[in-house]
Design a protein around this ligand. Structure first.
Ligand SMILES: C[S@@+](CC[C@H](N)C(=O)[O-])C[C@H]1O[C@@H](n2cnc3c(N)ncnc32)[C@H](O)[C@@H]1O
Length: 313
């Protein structure tokens, strides 16, 4: 991992690695509550992005079932930029339920606080046949020692690639693609998405400013702390181009074009549940989620890719 000085030390100005680590270290558990919901139930899907979570999960689940149908009973999984580890724990839990007998899982993240949360949650997934490792590492070099096609499933979900500067995005995509022996699932924030501060609920910011030219997000939190880090917003096509030199596209899909826009604002609308609206939104999402006119306006875009047929590990 590239060396960086921590939290309040003498950080070099605009070291994107140190800044990303600092931002997620600073919020710690608030990120997990925001991203995964406060219930901390692996499959509650009640976080802010629960619709997108369910869409991602249905595809990962299908991928596990496909592997199983080929007779495979061992599984190697990678989660790059795993945050608090929730996605990796979900996959392990489900893989055990499906009957995979030997599961090797590796999650890494540049934030030591995220990895501490993941390690604290890890006992939920341990069991016979499971080897699980969470570690602090930087996508810039974390995969250098892995063999090509080492993993059956590779995840790199939500804002990880948004935090990499231009010069690093291609190398990161190439190394993720190199170690993918099977399905790769990557999601990023899009250029037309609604505002986010990534690290916590947007209501915990007093103010924030995204500068698309310098690819930086500056956030003033309500508690007075200031965070500043790389935030590059992607077009769907750009995400696709990053990976399709290496892998074959299976699906490019927008996640949450409408749910986020219809979410009641606690400062304005009474937050009443409306089942009819909820069902309508799901129909609308599924109608438009592959439409290029809408994809760049989704909260996230998901690329599902895999080695070209005949090149699998
Ligand atoms: C929005 S969070 C997503 C976390 C997790 N994938 C999830 O879906 O909950 C983005 C994560 O990317 C991590 N990250 C940013 N730059 C990284 C890098 N160069 N190497 C590894 N992790 C990185 C951050 O520390 C943070 O945990």
């Amino acid at each position: 991992m590239k060396p960086h000085l921590s939290l309040f030390g003498r950080r070099p100005l605009h070291d994107p690695h140190a800044e990303a680590a600092h931002a997620y270290d600073a919020v710690g558990q608030d990120y997990r509550d925001y991203a995964d919901g406060e219930a901390h139930d692996l499959f509650a899907f009640d976080g802010r992005y629960s619709f997108a979570d369910r869409e991602i999960w249905s595809r990962i689940d299908a991928s596990l079932i496909r592997l199983l149908s080929t007779g495979q009973r061992t599984l190697h999984i990678l989660d790059a930029g795993c945050g608090p580890g929730t996605w990796l724990l979900r996959v392990i839990h489900r893989a055990r339920e499906l009957g995979f007998g030997a599961i090797t899982a590796r999650g890494f993240d540049i934030s030591a606080e995220m990895i501490a949360l993941a390690q604290a949650a890890a006992p939920r997934a341990r069991g016979a046949g499971v080897k699980l490792r969470f570690e602090v590492a930087d996508l810039a070099d974390a995969l250098d020692d892995d063999e090509a096609h080492a993993y059956d499933i590779v995840l790199c979900l939500y804002g990880v690639l948004n935090h990499l500067i231009l010069a690093e995005r291609e190398a990161a995509a190439a190394s993720l693609a190199r170690v993918a022996g099977g399905d790769l699932f990557v999601t990023v924030r899009t250029v037309g998405s609604r505002p986010t501060i990534y690290v916590a609920n947007i209501e915990s910011a007093r103010s924030f400013k995204q500068d698309n030219r310098s690819e930086r997000l500056d956030v003033d939190l309500l508690d007075g702390r200031h965070l500043s880090f790389c935030s590059h917003l992607f077009t769907a096509d750009e995400l696709l181009r990053l990976f399709t030199g290496h892998l074959e596209e299976r699906e490019l899909v927008g996640l949450d074009m409408f749910h986020g826009r219809f979410t009641p604002d606690p400062r304005w609308n009474p937050a009443t549940a409306d089942d009819l609206l909820g069902e309508g939104l799901v129909r609308l999402e599924h109608l438009c989620n592959h439409d290029p006119a809408f994809m760049d306006h989704a909260a996230h875009v998901l690329l599902h890719a895999a080695p070209r047929r005949g090149e699998e590990g």
